[in-house]
Write a protein that binds this ligand. Structure first.
Ligand SMILES: [Zn+2]
Length: 235
């Protein structure tokens, strides 16, 4: 939270449009149009509180080297409702919310919960673990390709496919882990994760597809309820 970074190359891809992304540090966001000021202030407050607790948890768990979270807003009005976590080239964790995501939340608890979830991905070292899975799977697929006499472009294609499959390994497990730790971070930051998790009720349920990127919503709600119970929270 202490340092602001503008270098966000992985996120430029994520906005997936030809518009230049208008990404701003959350601290400067209030300079936007007046009718957006209240939401900007609320969001800044959430960022400060959740960012502080995420940093504390990150330092406590010591799984990653950089715990200085930067929270940014993508002001592109055409960017769909989304929030994601990445790291910049110095491994500094960056969490980015699109404006549509902020507007789609019904209360501060929902935004805090989504932020806690994204921060948890970093605290738990998920990007590093995903990269490792992709590398290992690329090697396995490459070896299989060689066994079938592949070389050149064909072999390269197999390795690429392997990396893609590898990225999907553990991905649902990572989501549930992030929901669990996200519940704790949200609670520590002074927000109610049980209210926050109601957000799941409004987003499309991915069901239980093989190699799907997200677990079914019911499973996610359950882990939040279990964790909240351990924290002494009741609905
Ligand atoms: Zn996630």
């Amino acid at each position: 939270m202490r340092r602001l970074t503008f270098l966000l190359f992985p996120l430029v891809l994520a906005t997936c449009s030809t518009d230049t992304p208008r990404i701003q540090p959350v601290t400067e966001w209030s300079q936007e149009s007046a009718d957006f000021q209240v939401e900007a202030r609320t969001f800044q407050e959430i960022s400060r509180k959740v960012g502080k607790e995420a940093r504390a948890e990150c330092l406590r768990q010591a799984k990653v080297s950089n715990c200085d979270f930067t929270i940014l807003v993508d002001l592109n009005p055409r960017a769909p409702a989304n929030a994601f976590q990445t790291v910049d080239d110095r491994d500094q964790p960056v969490i980015i919310f699109t404006r549509a995501m902020i507007q789609s939340a019904q209360n501060a608890d929902e935004l805090a919960f989504v932020m806690g979830h994204e921060a948890a991905h970093h605290v738990l070292g998920h990007i590093g673990r995903q990269t490792q899975n992709a590398k290992e799977s690329a090697v396995i697929f490459g070896d299989l390709g060689k066994l079938y006499g592949e070389d050149g472009k064909d072999l390269e294609r197999s390795q690429k496919l392997g990396a893609e499959v590898g990225t999907q390994i553990n991905v649902k497990e990572f989501e549930l882990e992030a929901d669990q730790l996200g519940t704790i971070i949200t609670h520590n930051a002074g927000y109610n994760p049980l209210v926050g998790a109601k957000y799941f009720a409004r987003i499309p349920d991915p069901g239980d597809r093989f190699l799907g990127t997200h677990p079914p919503n019911a499973q996610r709600v359950q882990i939040v309820l279990d964790t909240a119970r351990q924290l002494g929270l009741t609905e």
